[in-house]
Write a protein that binds this ligand. Structure first.
Ligand code: ADP
Length: 673
């Protein structure tokens, strides 16, 4: 049971409650006692009323009895009870009056009784006087006796009445008293029980509080003991700490130097980041190398040079940077007069040859003297105040492209392994940048050479091809005599092959012109139908030869565009449709929609896989590689077609599913925008 312990205020309050209860019980008991006493007195008074009234009546009866005996006998002694009776009844009536004070009804009854007594005595007095005078018969007159008897009956009744009322009062008092006793008993019982419970609770609370205090005392004792023990320990620790403090002092010293080191490293990391950013930002490597050299100067070195191996094997200094601008000329002079030798035993040449870095932590004057080639060399080197030097190779893809040299003219600075690691990182990045730039340049040159070659080749091929076509025409026309069927058929095949070849050459030529940005457009107004027909006419024989039907649907429209180019695009798309279909229909639909000419070529051929849909527009790209392919082609058709369409302000797009045919759509503005 979660009996929470009361606080001091609650305990005081709790102690007060039973005290109040006890006081209440006392008050109740006192009140009860008072009421009992009052009751007893009332009861006694009640009984006294009954008894006194009875005595009163008895006295009157005694008087009556004595009077009768005197009247009959005439002997005076019989009047004794009679004589004292009047006083007695007065006295008794007085006491009754006292007893019934406070009860007006009983007092009234008493009044009646007293009057009746007075009347009764009057009725008794007269016969006595008559008897004394000797009138015995008059004294014993029956009427008089009867009147006396009636009075007596009334008196009896009045007394009984008084007594009955007094008894009723007594009975009512008894009932009320019993009730009151019960209520008081219950009240006392409840109060006593409450007082008991509360006392129990309080004693419980106090015993808990005592237990708490005991527990707290025990804890305090323990804490005290612990504290004593700890203070002992502290004392020994203090001694230990003193010795540790000395150690800490030493560690702090170490930390300070480590911190310096870290600062240097973080500066190095920042430098490296910056160098990486600069180096990867452009392909103009000489300019970026200069930026890197400038970055290195100041933070890492007083001067920095970059030497690159030339194609002829010589070493060329491409970059010189120095903190002091005027020193650059000295550095350049040094390099010009005493260029590093590739075969040198140490220095730039050696680093490039071996691919190994060289580090000179301290450069003494003796070292300069030993390394100088002559007096002047020594003088310049002294002028440059070299103190420490670091030469690292610049390696990319396994090739050493050159070397990065860092020189410190600063007295306190001497290069260490950390500097070497940082310099190597920078050198590697610089080398990669140089390598990339060189690769890009050679790729560019190769591409230019290829374009030039293609243009020349096509041109050179076209001249003899035109001659072949020309002579074929002459032969066909029978200039040198008529030809038989078989000869004519062979001539047609020569012509077909020549035309095909011419188309391929044209394609290559257009491609090189587009690549070089030299393609020009000639726009004029044409019939849409004329453009479509020109291309369809050329592929129809091929389609028919393969058993493919060719359906054409062209809207009547005039458009302004380079009709020849659009025809060339259509011819490419149609040739592909024929090339990559074995059956079914090729459907060409040409229309003008929203200001654009739109021609779609739908075939039921082999289709194109989703992953190849964009790649087919790349130059020389073919789904089936040339070594395995069954159909001819250069892989330039779609690339050329899209480039031409874009030049015309439009595009070529494709929708296709492997095995379900393809739909190529060329759309170009119907009028120049
Ligand atoms: P070429 O036809 O000379 O190979 P293209 O640039 O015209 O070159 O086409 C590139 C490649 O796209 C083709 O080799 C072929 O694999 C695919 N291709 C083009 N047109 C179709 C077509 N109608 N159906 C299926 N594949 C096609």
């Amino acid at each position: 049971m979660g009996l929470s312990l009361p606080g001091i205020a609650q305990r005081r309050f709790l102690a007060l409650v039973p005290t109040l209860l006890v006081l209440l019980i006392g008050a109740l008991a006192y009140e009860r006692a008072r009421s009992v006493i009052a009751n007893v007195q009332a009861v006694e008074r009640g009984h006294a009323v009954v008894e006194t009234s009875a005595a009163l009546l008895t006295r009157v009866i005694d008087a009556e009895t004595g009077q009768r005996a005197y009247l009959v006998t005439g002997q005076e002694t019989f009047l004794d009870p009679y004589r004292g009776a009047r006083d007695d009844t007065d006295r008794l009536a007085d006491s009754l009056r006292k007893l019934t004070r406070g009860n007006p009804a009983q007092a009234a009854r008493l009044d009646t009784i007293q009057k009746l007594i007075r009347d009764r005595f009057t009725l008794l007095d007269t016969p006595i006087l008559l008897r004394r005078s000797g009138a015995t018969s008059a004294a014993l007159n029956p009427d008089r006796l009867l009147a006396g008897k009636r009075k007596m009956d009334q008196l009896r009744l009045a007394v009984a009445n008084l007594q009955t009322h007094e008894r009723a009062i007594l009975a009512g008092r008894n009932v009320a008293e019993r009730q009151s006793v019960r209520v008081t008993a219950i009240a006392l019982g409840v109060a006593a029980t409450l007082a008991l419970i509360l006392s129990a609770l309080i004693s419980l609370a106090f015993s808990r509080a005592l237990q708490d205090r005991d527990a707290t005392n025990t804890e305090l004792r323990q804490v005290n003991e612990d504290l004593e023990r700890q203070s002992e320990q502290l004392e020994t620790q203090a001694v230990e700490m003193e010795s540790q403090a000395a150690e800490l002092e030493a560690t702090a010293e170490d930390l300070r130097s480590t911190n310096d080191e870290l600062n240097r490293t973080s500066r190095g990391a920042m430098l490296l980041n910056e160098a990486s950013r600069v180096l990867s930002s452009t392909l103009d490597y000489e300019k970026t190398l200069e930026t890197v050299a400038r970055l290195a100067v100041g933070d890492l070195a007083d001067w920095c040079t970059v030497d690159l191996v030339q194609p002829d094997g010589s070493i060329r200094q491409v970059i010189v940077a120095h903190v002091e601008e005027d020193k650059i000329k000295w550095a350049k002079e040094l390099n010009k007069r005493y260029p590093p030798e590739y075969s040198g035993p140490t220095g730039v040449g050696h680093v490039i040859r071996s691919g190994q870095p060289e580090i000179y932590a301290e450069i003494s004057d003796e070292m300069l003297v030993a390394g100088a080639r002559d007096e002047e060399h020594l003088a310049i080197m002294r002028e440059l105040q070299m103190r420490s030097a670091l030469i690292v190779p610049m390696i990319a893809r396994g090739r050493t492209l050159g070397a990065l040299t860092l020189i410190s003219a600063h007295k306190g600075r001497s290069y260490d392994d950390a500097d070497r690691t940082l310099a190597m990182e920078i050198a590697i990045r610089a080398a990669i940048a140089i390598d990339n730039a060189q690769l890009y340049r050679s790729a560019l040159a190769a591409s230019e050479a290829k374009s030039a070659f293609l243009a020349t080749m096509s041109h050179e091929l076209r001249t003899p091809l035109n001659a072949i076509i020309g002579y074929q025409s002459l032969l066909k026309e029978g200039i040198d005599g008529s030809l038989n069927e078989s000869q004519l058929a062979q001539l047609s095949r020569i012509r077909a092959s020549a035309d095909h070849l011419l188309m391929l050459i044209d394609e290559v030529l257009t491609f090189s012109r587009l690549e070089a940005g030299k393609e020009t457009l000639r726009r004029h107004e044409v019939e849409l139908r004329a453009i479509v027909d020109e291309a369809v006419m050329m592929v129809r024989p091929l389609a028919e030869a393969k058993g493919l039907s060719l359906r054409v649907e062209v809207a009547d429209a005039r458009i302004v565009t380079d009709g020849g180019r659009v025809s060339q695009i259509l011819l490419n798309l149609l040739s592909n449709a024929v090339k990559f279909s074995e059956r079914g229909e090729i459907f060409v639909r040409a229309q003008v929609k929203n200001g654009a000419m739109e021609i779609s070529i739908k075939d039921a051929g082999i289709g194109i896989a989703a992953e190849n849909l964009e790649r087919i527009f790349e130059p020389f790209w073919q789904v089936e590689q040339s070594s395995t392919r069954r159909v001819g082609g250069t892989g330039l058709g779609l690339s050329v077609s899209r480039s031409l369409a874009r030049l015309l302000g439009g595009d070529v797009t494709v929708e296709s599913k492997l095995g379900e045919g393809s739909t190529f759509t060329v759309s170009v503005p119907a009028r120049p925008i």
